[in-house]
Design a binder for this molecule. Structure first.
Ligand SMILES: NC(=O)c1ccc[n+]([C@@H]2O[C@H](COP(=O)([O-])OP(=O)(O)OC[C@H]3O[C@@H](n4cnc5c(N)ncnc54)[C@H](OP(=O)(O)O)[C@@H]3O)[C@@H](O)[C@H]2O)c1
Length: 298
């Protein structure tokens, strides 16, 4: 049921895929008069049934609200929609929540400024659609602080516990997005590689998970200490040295070869460890590998 709180600011949502529908539903639930538009109009049916207004065109959708949230597959699609009606953006704030690179975000911010938008915020959604509007959602925003401050209360409908502002550079949200996704894939790939290794010895992934899950929690506790070392540029080897890690990496690589599972991930780990050793960090702590990650690939 729509929340009838008329005091809430109006908002438009363009793009009603899995994520856009969740965004619009969260705005509606919080009492924001919500206008929606999608290329395939039938995706608006459920939202309209719960109180959303379906705009007849993208232009009408943009012009319906001072805050326009776009969430389509990519920035090429967003530009395809918005470029022809850039004049309608004047005086409105555009929030782009689709995934992008930081340079695409900066280019779009410039485009919005050139078309006299009141503000452009780039955003990154660190949640699945089901988490939108709950305390599980994290939404990152970057761009003009004034635009963020003006619309923060509305944007909080999407991530009540963690609507975060990262800074004036509009590329920051996208940059954080990919960096955080990299952390996620790093953990997931390592778990899956380990499951393949143990699977070759007849161990079930579910049994491996009972040991891997608590280990992930322990490893997470090292992040703050490593972050401080990275920022300080000093890597005391007070838990385990790079040399000790590299010795174990060699075992992971050898086991993978012997059991006939893919060796690319352990080979990558060891390559970075070897390079850190060659750079004089054999007795440093693991955070010393940051120096290898900072270098462009050959
Ligand atoms: N789903 C997630 O868990 C999640 C999480 C974080 C971030 N995101 C990001 O959110 C964005 C949308 O994801 P999604 O899951 O909602 O994807 P989706 O379900 O595939 O929906 C894609 C949306 O983009 C629209 N679209 C694509 N190309 C278009 C074009 N050329 N012109 C007009 N509309 C176009 C689609 O319209 P039609 O319905 O007409 O095809 C649809 O509304 C992506 O950038 C994604 O990376 C998603």
């Amino acid at each position: 049921m729509p929340n009838p709180n008329a005091a809430q600011a109006p908002v438009t949502v363009i793009g009603l895929g899995l994520m856009g529908q969740a965004l619009a539903a969260a705005f509606l639930k919080n009492g924001h008069p919500t206008t929606v538009w999608n290329r395939s109009a039938d995706k608006a049916d459920e939202l309209v049934a719960t109180g959303a207004a379906l705009a007849a065109s993208v232009k009408d959708a943009v012009e319906a609200s001072p805050l326009v949230v776009v969430c389509v597959s990519d920035y090429a699609a967003a530009h395809e929609l918005l470029d022809p009606l850039a004049g309608s953006l004047a005086g409105r704030t555009l929030v782009n929540l689709g995934s992008a690179s930081s340079s695409q975000a900066r280019d779009t911010a410039k485009w919005a400024k050139d078309h006299e938008a009141a503000g452009y915020l780039d955003g990154a959604i660190m949640a699945f659609p089901a988490g939108i509007g709950t305390d599980a959602a994290v939404l990152l925003h970057s761009g003009p602080k004034s635009a963020y401050d003006e619309h923060e209360a509305t944007l909080k409908a999407l991530a009540p516990a963690a609507t975060l502002y990262l800074g004036e550079d509009p590329g920051l949200a996208s940059l954080h997005d990919v960096a955080l996704l990299g952390v996620m894939w790093g953990i997931q790939n390592s778990f899956l590689h380990g499951a393949a290794l143990l699977g070759a010895a007849g161990v079930k992934a579910t049994d491996f998970a009972t040991l891997a899950t608590p280990l992930i929690a322990v490893v997470a506790q090292t992040v703050d200490a490593y972050a401080a070392q990275v920022d300080a540029g000093e890597y005391p080897g007070d838990d385990a040295s790079v040399a000790t890690h590299v010795g174990s990496m060699a075992h992971l690589l050898d086991e993978s070869k012997e059991l006939g599972v893919n060796t690319e991930l352990p080979a990558l780990f060891k390559a970075f460890g070897d390079r850190a050793m060659a750079a004089g960090h054999a007795s440093s702590g693991y955070a010393a590998l940051i120096e290898q990650f900072r270098k462009p690939s050959a």
